[in-house]
Design a protein around this ligand. Sequence first.
Ligand code: SF4
Length: 392
Amino acid sequence: MSSFPPSGLPQTTTLRQRLADLRGPAVPPRPLDARALAALAANPGCGRRALLDGAGVDKTALASALGSPAAFGQSQFAMIRGNSFEAKVKGDGGAELLRLVYEHLGAGADAAEPGPAGRARVPDLTAAGPEGRAARTALALREATAAAAWTLLDHPMLALEVAGSPAYLEPDAVVVHPDGRWTVVEIKSFPMIDGTADAAKAGAAARQSAVYVLALERIAAVVEGAAVGHRALLVCPKDFSNLPTAAVLDIRKQCSVTARQLARLTRVEELAAALPEGLSFDPSRPAGELTEAVEAVEAAYAPECLASCELAFHCRERSRTADAVTSLGRSVRGELGALTTVGAALAAAAGAGDQDDPTAAALHRAARLRAEALESAALPTDPLPEALGCPC
Ligand code: SF4
């Protein structure tokens, strides 16, 4: 096996080429978004996801080619509804959106309420390519902070380096307050009923907002007077109407957890270096070859993957085939220590395991207690099923 990176080539060029080979020469890279990063941060021990996302592999296409297509994603109808609600919220120069930000988060000392359309600044952020748009966004943020005026950045572009690869992120909006605060705004089409949104959906929005805040903090560090708010604004339809309402998301915890987990992600270079030459995740390759390629990178399957990763059905199947306890959940995995398979855990419970291992001994004792409890519960026989003529 040849070494990677080969000596004599600049590492960035070599890495880019290596990732392109892994993706498939004719396959364009799939950019990382905040949703993917939030999911990546939720499972930092999974090298498979880190490498596939870092290489820009289309995991949806890969999962289909492996024969385990992903079963989640937004329907066309939900996307159209979401886009039309977002357009409504941002209409009229963002007047309603800024009013909601002012109402929930204020403006800062002595600053006035944002006025009707025309008084708030809405800079043009168009530029060529994601790098150009990210640079334009950074400039607009600097200018808005210096101007100390209400400014709405509509779909700004933020850059964040993750596991050695740049990720470009596009929040729905960032509002600059007159006091120099920057607030992330997430606009979602799920309803907020009686002022409360679905906890799981609001949690996902909070994790996504935390990723944007981390990217904004890198820009704010070099802008005088700027401060990134750790309270994001979630805007949703009110009850069952199409009228916007908002709630503040306190994302301090999500920010620190996401920062810690993204920093812990195994670097893509190390993962790519450990793979044999010629290995590829190109979805046009035969399923058997792709299965081998995917298996070459270590995964950390947990049932939570089903809600966040396109490869979840494939990884679950492999985890079950390997009899791994990971398919039972992270807490069970943590409790079982050195017992990594369901078979080993059952053997330990039956007393066949190493009884010097405290986990095996505890399992055996628990199994004994359970058997005793069942035995005593079985006597006397419950007369009710018999009285009812139940065949069981
Ligand atoms: S589904 Fe597989 S690849 Fe995706 S995060 Fe889980 S273990 Fe990793």
